[in-house]
Design a protein around this ligand. Structure first.
Ligand code: BDR
Ligand code: CA
Length: 316
C-alpha cells in the first residue's frame, strides 16, 4: 500500500475522491487536509468528517490548512454553491461528525509526513494549491523527498472552466499553483484534458442505491445533485465529471492516462490569461522535466476501478 494525504476542498467530487481512497486497498490514507475552495476550509473539514463517519472510517485524522489564497481574502463564488450545493455536499443532510478536527495545522502535518515517509508518501491535492505551496516554502528539503504529487487542476489542451483559459483550482490561487509547478517536486497534472472525458451517470449512482447500503444511498443523493447540475451546465457531456477521484486513481495507477513530460508554469499576471497552465517556453529543451501532464485517458477501465473502490467503501 502507499501512504497518501488528500488535500480536499470538500465539495461533491472531492467527496467521491475521499470515498475512492477509503475503498482502495492499495491506499493507506494517513490524513486529510481540508482547504478552502468549493467552500470555506472549516466547512470542508466538517464535510470530510461527515463522509468519513458515513464510511465507517472516522479513524482517519482531518486537519485544516490555509483558509484563504496566498495574497487575498477568500470569497466563496456563487458558482461553487450552484455546483456543489450550499453545504458543499449537494445539500444532503448527514449526521453531525462524531470526531473533531486535529489541533495540528494541515501544512505542518504535510511537512511532518514528508519527513517521516519521504519517497513513500503521495500527496493528492484536489483543491487550490495554497497548502502545498506553503509546505514547500516552509520546508523545501523535506517536501522535495515526497515521492509524488498527483493533483487535479489545470488545462493544457482544452479551455478552462472558469475563464477561457483557467481551471477552478488553479484560478483560486494562481501564485501558489505556480510555486508548486515550478518547484522540484514530481508532479502529475490531472486536469480538464482528462477529467472532462471521465464521466459518471445516474446509471452508476442507481447501482449504489441498489446495493442497499446507507453510505451508497447517501452518496447517490449527493452525486445526483452534481449530475443534475452538469446536465444543465454541460448538456453535451452526458454525465458529471469525475475530476477529483480521477486524480486519486492516477496517483495509484498512472497507466489510466497518457502523459506528456513538460516543465510548466502558471500565468499570474492579472489579465485575460490569468491562471493558465502552460509549458515553460524557456525550458522546452531542458531534458529534466518535473511535470507529467495527463492528456488522454482510458475512462472505461478507470470507471470499472472507480465503481469497485466506491462499492468497497460503501460495504465496510
Ligand atoms: C475542480 O474544481 C472544483 O469545483 C472541483 O471540486 C474540482 O476539484 C474542477 O475544476
Ligand atoms: Ca475539488
Amino acid at each position: 500500500t502507499r501512504k497518501m494525504i488528500l488535500d480536499l476542498d470538500t465539495g461533491i467530487d472531492d467527496s467521491m475522491a475521499l470515498t475512492y481512497a477509503v475503498g482502495d486497498p492499495a491506499i493507506d490514507l494517513i490524513g486529510v487536509v481540508a482547504s478552502y475552495g468549493n467552500i470555506e476550509a472549516e466547512r470542508a473539514a466538517v464535510n470530510t468528517l461527515k463522509i468519513l463517519d458515513l464510511l465507517g472510517a472516522s479513524s482517519v485524522p482531518v486537519f485544516i490548512g490555509e483558509t484563504h489564497p496566498l495574497s487575498e481574502d477568500y470569497v466563496r463564488m456563487q458558482v461553487s454553491a450552484d455546483i456543489h450545493g450550499e453545504n458543499g455536499i449537494g445539500d444532503v443532510t448527514l449526521p453531525d461528525p462524531s470526531g473533531a478536527v486535529q489541533d495540528q495545522n494541515g501544512v505542518d502535518f504535510m511537512i511532518e509526513s514528508a519527513q517521516k515517509y519521504g519517497n513513500d508518501l503521495t500527496i493528492v491535492p484536489t483543491g487550490p494549491l495554497t497548502n502545498l505551496a506553503k509546505a514547500i516554502k516552509q520546508a523545501p528539503k523535506a517536501m522535495a523527498k515526497v515521492g509524488n504529487v498527483t493533483l487535479m487542476g489545470g488545462a493544457l489542451t482544452v479551455p478552462g472552466n472558469v475563464t477561457p483559459v483557467a481551471e477552478a483550482n488553479i484560478n483560486q490561487d494562481a501564485i501558489s499553483a505556480n510555486e508548486v509547478f515550478t518547484s522540484n517536486l514530481n508532479i502529475n497534472m490531472v486536469g480538464l484534458d482528462v477529467t472532462l472525458r471521465t464521466l459518471l451517470t445516474k446509471k452508476e449512482t442507481q447501482q449504489w442505491r441498489d446495493s442497499g447500503t446507507t453510505a451508497g444511498k447517501k452518496m447517490a443523493d449527493i452525486v445526483d445533485f452534481y449530475i443534475n447540475i452538469y446536465a444543465d451546465m454541460y448538456p453535451e457531456l452526458g454525465g458529471c465529471s469525475l475530476h477529483d477521484p480521477l486524480a486519486v486513481g492516477v496517483a495509484v495507477d498512472p497507466s489510466f492516462v497518457k502523459f506528456i513530460d513538460m516543465n510548466m508554469v502558471v500565468t499570474t499576471k492579472p489579465d485575460a490569461y490569468y491562471a493558465r497552465t502552460i509549458g515553460d517556453k524557456n525550458r522546452l529543451d531542458d531534458p529534466n522535466t518535473n511535470v507529467k501532464v495527463a492528456v488522454a485517458v482510458n475512462s472505461k477501465r478507470y470507471l470499472k476501478e472507480f465503481m469497485k473502490n466506491m462499492n468497497n467503501a460503501f460495504a465496510t
